[in-house]
Design a protein around this ligand. Structure first.
Ligand SMILES: NCc1[nH]cc(CCC(=O)O)c1CC(=O)O
Length: 309
């Protein structure tokens, strides 16, 4: 029986997601043995600087992709939202399993709701997407960067460094945290989630047909369509990590409804568009086209020019 080596970052969330997916494969009768190999990525080592300044989401993925190409591992389970819009040559997403909750979770000391926070309250996030959308709802808030895994962030909240923090609901649910922890959820209408949030992407070599056959059985079609629409939108926008960007799609009666969001880093310019299309790639392209037409293109160009300075 072939032994499949599964690469995983060593955070609790990464290992939980990896073991969850291996269990799914076993339950589906995949004819493999499995071994998990932990990989420490640059993104895990650099915890004290603003992630977007040192290379963004690719940091979590690059070493894992190299291990796939070197055949040190056979597949890896990523949070889809940590995956770059374009993969390295020779690699593919072999499976998109059923999506967890895509919403952001708002967690406050004393469970004070977002609309009831006192003026100037401190909210922790390191995501420009979250901070810009929070400021649209509550321009008076102070946004303070926060880093570390879920446990570290919750500790910093309890220690009073922050009045509230925002975390991905999916991560909390996958880790089995009590839902009472969450003060309330941010609906996509208030805060568009990150592209791919709540979904997993199983990455493997494009020529590993034996493995791809087993992975394909665990793809959930509507999640796959939604994520394809969102990721097409992301790659069409061609934004850097310095641009607040979000995208969220739901599939409803054969139609994909995709909302794209882009803002300037100071959140003064905000662009949003919702499209309906039966084809996920068309939906992604059309949402990007509409946002660019509204002027999002100028924001992207300006941020790029600033980065080159
Ligand atoms: N940014 C890191 C990250 N990547 C994936 C998740 C959570 C799980 C998911 O969205 O699938 C998180 C934590 C967070 O944003 O709170």
């Amino acid at each position: 029986m072939r032994k499949i080596i599964v690469g995983s970052r060593r955070s609790n969330l990464a290992l939980t997601q990896t073991n969850w997916f291996i269990d799914q494969l076993k339950a589906a009768g995949a004819p493999f043995e499995f071994e998990v190999k932990e990989i420490v990525t640059k993104g895990d080592k650099i915890l004290d600087v603003m992630l977007s300044k040192v290379g963004g989401k690719g940091l979590f993925v690059k070493e894992i992709e190299q291990a796939l190409i070197n055949k040190e591992i056979d597949f890896a389970v990523h949070s889809m939202k940590d995956m770059p819009a374009v993969l390295q040559e020779g690699l593919t997403i072999g499976c998109v399993p059923e999506r967890e909750d895509a919403r952001d979770a708002y967690i406050a000391n004393g469970h004070i709701r977002l609309e009831d926070l006192p003026e100037g309250a401190v909210v922790g996030t390191s995501s420009l997407r979250r901070s810009s959308q929070l400021l649209l709802m509550r321009p008076d808030l102070e946004i303070k960067w926060i880093r570390g895994n879920i446990e570290t962030r919750l500790r910093k909240l309890r220690d009073g460094e922050y009045d509230a923090i925002i975390l991905a609901t999916a991560g909390l649910n996958r880790m089995g945290w009590d839902k009472d922890l969450v003060t309330h959820y941010l609906e996509p209408e208030q805060c568009i989630p990150a592209v791919g949030q709540g979904a997993l992407g199983i990455e493997c070599r494009s020529d590993d047909e034996e493995l791809l056959r087993e992975l394909a059985k665990l793809t959930e079609p509507t999640t796959h369509q939604a994520v394809t629409a969102e990721r097409t939108f992301l790659s069409e926008m061609d934004g850097s990590c310095q641009v607040p960007i979000g995208g969220h799609a739901v599939v409803d009666g054969g139609q994909i409804r995709l909302t794209g969001f882009v803002a300037s880093p100071d959140a003064n310019d905000v662009f949003r568009a919702t499209v309906m299309d039966a084809d996920p790639v068309n939906a992604g392209k059309e949402a990007a086209r509409m946002l660019k037409e509204q002027g999002a293109d100028d924001v992207l160009r300006k941020v790029k020019a600033d980065l080159d300075e």
